[in-house]
Structure formats: C-alpha cells, structure tokens
Design a protein around this ligand. Structure first.
Ligand SMILES: [Fe+2]
Ligand SMILES: [Fe+2]
Length: 202
C-alpha cells in the first residue's frame, strides 16, 4: 500500500470511529507491522487489518445485530447467536471491511473476525493482529509483559499465554467464556508445545 492509500484509509476510519479508538488502531498497526516484518507476513495486510479491526467497536449492540441479520457469513451468524455482545464487533467488523472498504482478501477478513476470541485455526496474520491488539503499547495490565516477551520468539506460545490469561480473567469475573476462545486455548497448547520443540532443535 503506498503511503497515500494508507493515509486515505486512516482518514476514512477517522470519520467513523471516536478519536480514542483511532489511536488504539494506530498503535495496533505499529506493532502488527513490526511483527509482520519479523515473521515474514505481508505488512500491507497487517496494516489494513489493524486499521479496520475495531471499525464497529463503538456501535450499539442493536446496530451490530442489525448488520448481522442479512449476512450469509457463517462465523458472524454463529457468533451473533452464541457469543457475548462485545465479541460480535469482530465478525461484524469483517463484514463492514468488505462492504464499505472493499476489502476482499480472506486472510485480512479472517484476522479482523477473529481478533477478539481467537480460534483453533489461525494463520500468522490472524495471530499477529490478535496479539498486536492484546499487547499494543497502550495496554497496561498484569500479564501483558509476559506475552510481549514472547512475540518475537514464538507466536504460538504468545497466543497460548494471551488466551490462558483471557480465560482466567473471565473465570475470575464470572463472565461467559466464548467457545472459540476455549477451542483456541486447547489448540494452541498443542501448537506451542510443537513450536518449543522446533526452538530446541534449532
Ligand atoms: Fe476489538
Ligand atoms: Fe482493538
């Protein structure tokens, strides 16, 4: 993406989200692009996914449900039925990225759709956007440094720690756990173990 295209996208996003949300998305972009460069993923895709991932985060639940009503996207439909309302902004964000911003790259759309819950099958771009959202420089909470320290050694292990922290937070606060997050934590326990074997053999 040439700088003018990116600037145009930032302008469009700025017209649709509160300032605070835009700043968050720009910080996610900064980290996601660094991670993409390091892990050999398209920096352009990381940039676009980051700049759009929370495009409907500030919309009321009724609007999100309205947007999901007529979609044939299976993930959005399923999350609308089974997930906590706050989770819905991720798959609906992907729908809006496609409808209003003309994004048709399936990797970008999936990275946006999975940025809140994670899932058992995530490619590197989806992991990078999830982790950049979790760890961007404005995040300050117990455990964030542990995940940050893993970002440039094992994406799978960083995912496992982030998912485990999320589930333990939800448990402690008696909040519902999303099925995708539970499935993702189980899948990444295996993937992280495989990756640590790779690191030992390297
Ligand atoms: Fe989000
Ligand atoms: Fe976010």
């Amino acid at each position: 993406m040439i700088p003018e295209e990116r600037a145009h996208l930032v302008d469009l996003v700025a017209g649709r989200v509160p300032k605070k949300r835009l700043k968050h998305m720009l910080r996610v972009e900064t980290l996601a692009v660094r991670l993409a460069r390091f892990w050999g993923v398209s920096e352009e895709k990381a940039s676009v996914a980051s700049l759009l991932h929370d495009i409907v985060r500030d919309e009321p639940e009724s609007t999100l449900l309205e947007l999901v009503k007529d979609t044939d996207d299976p993930l959005a439909r399923e999350m609308a039925e089974t997930s906590a309302p706050v989770v819905l902004h991720a798959p609906v964000g992907a729908l809006i990225a496609r409808r209003d911003f003309g994004v048709d790259d399936p990797e970008i759309l999936r990275a946006i759709a999975l940025h809140t819950t994670g899932a058992s099958h995530m490619d590197r771009l989806a992991m990078i956007v999830f982790l950049a959202d979790y760890c961007e420089s404005g995040r300050h909470f117990a455990g964030v440094e542990e995940v940050r320290s893993l970002l440039f050694s094992s994406l799978e292990t960083a995912m496992l720690r982030a998912l485990a922290q999320t589930l333990s937070y939800l448990r402690q606060h008696s909040r519902p756990m999303d099925r995708h997050t539970v499935d993702a934590a189980a899948a990444f326990a295996c993937l992280a173990a495989e990756d640590s074997q790779r690191l030992r053999q390297a």
